[in-house]
Structure formats: structure tokens, C-alpha cells
Design a protein around this ligand. Sequence first.
Ligand code: HEM
Length: 267
Amino acid sequence: MAMRSRGLQLRSRRQHSVLVAAAVVVGVLLLATAAPRVAAAGLSRNYYAKTCPNVEALVRGADILALATRDVVQQAGGPSYPVELGRLDGKVGTRAVVKHSLPGAGFSLDQLNKLFAVNGLTQTDMIALSGGHTIGVTHCDKFVRRLYTFKGARPQYSPPMNLAFLRQMRGTCPLNYNPTTVAMLDAVTPNKFDNGYYQTLQQQKGLLSSDQVLFADRRSRATVNYFAANQTAFFDAFVAAMAKLGRIGVKTAGSDGEIRRVCTKVN
Ligand code: HEM
């Protein structure tokens, strides 16, 4: 049991390193904080400071995140797509604001659709974007309730979960789980950006309720089945939905936003 948890944590660290690596690569190139290995390849730590001192003012944190996401998706085996640039960073950056606008792991199909529709996204967009869970991890606290909900003596998990997988996940996340333990969101091909996430849902191995509900609910199941069978259709839908997502709430006019000196903090 302990071995399994450790294995998952190690895999997740590798997964994280892919995400972090892409962000770092973009950051390194754009903000010219060259690591020694890069410097050894003939690049210099102060290249942009000498040649383009305003580069940090030109490329905004919000744009860097959009570019980093594009690069992570591609490096993990997914589609490449153009990213529109020119966003200003937000002037408000509190945990409460972010939490309020994000979907929850326990959302029903109606709740998911409602939140995405407010932002002009269709159910198909929402299902394609959920395919972002083809890579990455989730912590035990986000799904542990699904593992230990009983009705009488029988497990009562809604939406349903594959019984053998549920037992395996109880090993990963016992009732006294370690809050840092994680499990892969895509049980079929956890390290590849592909349509394995939808096959995971078909096998009822989705960990987040908000993922598994897409297959459990008859209104969204056909799209899950379609993406599970046709990776090109998933990639096309994902790229189209990411373009829409990249335009939501974008600030481009001066007083709306700012260019952050530190990406994670308002000025
Ligand atoms: C449909 C609504 C969504 C819900 C309810 C949702 C919820 C979650 C939750 C609960 C986690 C686990 C966080 C943790 O345990 O630390 C997670 C992880 C993740 N989500 Fe989503 N998410 C949604 C949409 C998206 C979209 C649209 C994308 C990207 C296109 C995305 C990409 C990811 C990735 C890559 C991870 C793994 C992060 C990591 O490995 O550290 N999610 N999501």
C-alpha cells in the first residue's frame, strides 16, 4: 500500500516536472533567466537585458501562462495551436475571486454546463476542455468521499466507479490518507496528452465526480464515446474550445489591467 502511494507520488512528480519544465522553458526564453546548461549552449544570462531591456514589459504573465499551456499540451503529445497574445494581467488576485469562478470537483452536469455557458462555452466545449485531465494528478481529498460512501453494507458511489479500481484507490487513499498523496486523473495513459481520459471514463475509472459524470449522464455520454473513439475529433474540439477559453475576461485596455512585475502578485 505504502509502495503504491509512493509510486503514484513519484509519477506525479514526473508529471509536475513536465508542466513546470514547459513553464520554465518559456520563462527562461522570455525572461532571460538562463540556467547554466543553457548558458553552456552559447546563450547568455543577460542576453535580453542587453538587447531588449523591455522584454518583461512586453510579455505579460497572463500571456506567458497561455503560451506555457500550449507548450505543455504539445510536449505531452497533444495538438499544437496558435495562441492570441496581448492580455493584460488582472488587478485583483485573491483566492476568493479565483475559487468563485472555478468549477468544483463535485459539480453535476447541469452545474458544469451552467458555469461554462455563462462564459459562452457549449457542453461540447466543456467536455473537450475536461480532456485537459488526460495529464496531471488529483489529491485524495478531491475524491476520497467517493471511495467510502455506503448504503447499508454496499458501497454507494455516484457516479459509479469500477469496483476493482475503487479497491485499488482505497489503497492509495485510506481513510487516514496523507494529504500530499495524489493519483493520476487519466488511468489509461496518464503521461500522454491523448484521448485516454475518455476511455478512463468509459471504464468508470474517473476519480473526480465532475469527470465521471460526463459518462454517467446520458446527455453527455455520446460526446465522451465519440472522443474516446476519435482522437482527432477530440484534438480539434480541444483546440477550438481553448481559443474560446483564451478570450474569456481578457483585459486589453489600459485601466482594466496591468503588467505585473511579479506574475503571481498584483503590483
Ligand atoms: C470541467 C471542469 C473542471 C473541474 C471541475 C476541474 C477540477 C480539477 C481538480 C479538482 C483537479 C485536482 C486538483 C488537486 O487535487 O490538486 C484538477 C487538476 C487538473 N486540471 Fe482540472 N478541472 C476542470 C477543467 C480543467 C480544464 C479546462 C483544464 C485544462 C484545459 C484542466 C486541467 C487540469 C490539469 C492539467 C490538472 C492536473 C494538475 C496537476 O497535475 O498538478 N482542468 N482539475
